[in-house]
Design a protein. Structure first.
Length: 66
């Protein structure tokens, strides 16, 4: 789940690497810095992310801090 201020949006994580991930988003804009929350024991670490690149509805983001 992507947290943007008080709003929460669901997105699709399409790839995970050691330092970041790839998201597919539809219907909302993602700022350069955002918080991503995974369920307990999820596939990646919840925390602060920074957009590294954008391509249409896909974006790559780097993990910054918990």
């Amino acid at each position: 789940m992507l947290k943007l201020g008080n709003a929460q949006h669901y997105c699709l994580v399409t790839d995970i690497s050691e330092g970041g991930l790839r998201l597919h988003v539809n219907g909302f804009n993602v700022p350069d810095d955002f918080v991503l929350v995974f369920p307990e024991g999820g596939p990646a670490q919840s925390g602060n992310y920074k957009v590294a690149w954008r391509n249409g509805l896909d974006l790559g983001a780097k993990f910054i801090s918990p």
